[in-house]
Design a binder for this molecule. Structure first.
Ligand SMILES: NC(=O)c1ccc[n+]([C@@H]2O[C@H](COP(=O)([O-])OP(=O)(O)OC[C@H]3O[C@@H](n4cnc5c(N)ncnc54)[C@H](OP(=O)(O)O)[C@@H]3O)[C@@H](O)[C@H]2O)c1
Length: 239
């Protein structure tokens, strides 16, 4: 049974990924700040015959991140999913929000990977999947900080893939377009319509449509894939 650690899995894409890994027989570690939401995801997986536990962690703190890695133990699959997406014009950007976004979206996956990867490299197997965004490669006005963190995460995907390839650890990323989560529903209907219309399929993805690609990239079916950033964007970036 593989041990799968998914950050930000109390909700949205992370929670759905937890359900998918749980349903396919993996031992899932659900994580986030909200213990009651975490317990609900764990209960659902266990009630469906799977194996899961919750480890709380606020990943804006390096200490919490190291505690999470220590409590998780040996991890076979790491999904760096937790993220925040502040909206602000560059001219009015708050420096505190800038730092918080980089801490959660970039510093956390960087140092969690640093903590978890040595075990994978020692065992000669493992998979890391980063949750990036189409915002890493197209211009999204008012999301400069978010876009910069996701561009960095896409680049870390390629760098880590090259660093770990010779010791059996693959690193890939998904780059979703709009996905039906709290993050997406917090937009104004006009903004959501604009995002949907920027895809070929003219709609947002379900969380399952992203989670299935995350699970595929972490599986042996993707054994020849590493360093890839896979768009899951309804054709948006191909337009
Ligand atoms: N939704 C989209 O349209 C979309 C598109 C492209 C990429 N993405 C990316 O997909 C990922 C997941 O997004 P989502 O839409 O599924 O978001 P979501 O539904 O808002 O869920 C975010 C998750 O991150 C966790 N989280 C937030 N702050 C955290 C912190 N400080 N420490 C630990 N966990 C924290 C939350 O858990 P707690 O509240 O329990 O802490 C929650 O489980 C993000 O990286 C996002 O950038 C989303």
């Amino acid at each position: 049974m593989r041990s799968v650690l998914i950050t930000g899995s109390t909700d949205g894409i992370g929670a759905e990924s937890a359900r998918v890994f749980g349903a396919q027989g993996d031992d899932v570690i659900v994580s986030g700040r909200d213990a009651s939401k975490g317990a609900m995801v764990v209960d659902e997986i266990v009630q469906n015959g799977g194996s899961a536990r919750f480890i709380p962690a606020d990943l804006s703190s390096l200490d919490a991140l190291h505690d999470l890695a220590a409590e998780a133990g040996d991890v076979d699959v790491l999904v760096n999913n937790a993220g925040m997406a502040p909206v602000s014009a560059t001219v009015g950007q708050d420096a505190g929000v800038f730092d918080k976004t980089f801490a959660l979206n970039i510093r956390a996956p960087y140092f969690l990977t640093q903590a978890v990867a040595p075990g994978m490299l020692e065992r000669g197997r493992g998979a890391i999947v980063n949750v990036s965004s189409v915002a890493a490669s197209v211009a999204v006005p008012l999301m400069s900080v978010y876009s910069a963190t996701k561009a960095a995460l896409s680049e870390l995907t390629r760098t880590w893939a090259a660093e770990f390839a010779d010791r059996g650890v693959r690193v890939n990323a998904v780059a979703p377009g709009p996905v039906e989560t709290a993050m997406f529903h917090s937009m104004t209907p006009e903004k959501a319509k604009e995002f949907n219309e920027a895809t070929m399929l003219n709609r947002a993805a379900t969380t399952r449509e992203v989670a299935d690609v995350v699970a595929f990239l972490a599986s042996d079916k993707a054994s020849y894939m590493t360093g890839a950033v896979v768009p899951v964007d309804g054709g948006g970036t191909a337009l």
